[in-house]
Design a binder for this molecule. Sequence first.
Ligand code: HEC
Length: 106
Amino acid sequence: MKKLLFLGACAAVLAMSANAGVDKGQKLYLKACKSCHGNGVKGAAMNTQAGWDKAFANGAKTLIDKHQKDPKAAPYFNGAFKGHAGDLHDFLKEYGSDSGNVPACG
Ligand code: HEC
């Protein structure tokens, strides 16, 4: 019962979020980044909000470069990532280390 209540609250918070890109970006983060960088709170805290703007500048060049040496991460960063970068940017910036925001569902 407790678990059901928790899930309900979590869905409600997600539904209330004003920015669809943030929600999409969170789902993408959990699929593509969590295995190496931990949950969304931890991942977003890797950078300040301005830091995320820099990481995603110039077609996310910095971020893509950082992952070229990792054989597990490189294929994603050279492929599907490019279509996901906008939403990931929205999510990570929304919860950047200096944002004061905390993602509701991990
Ligand atoms: C297969 C593992 C793997 C995946 C998946 C992965 N990363 Fe990384 N990431 C790394 C490694 C390894 C480094 C360290 C590179 C270095 O130190 O230069 C890194 C570095 C970073 C950095 C830079 C940290 C710093 O201090 O410079 C950021 C930001 C980052 N990753 C974000 C992401 C995001 C966002 C995703 C998902 C879109 C992601 N990573 C997916 C392995 C991964």
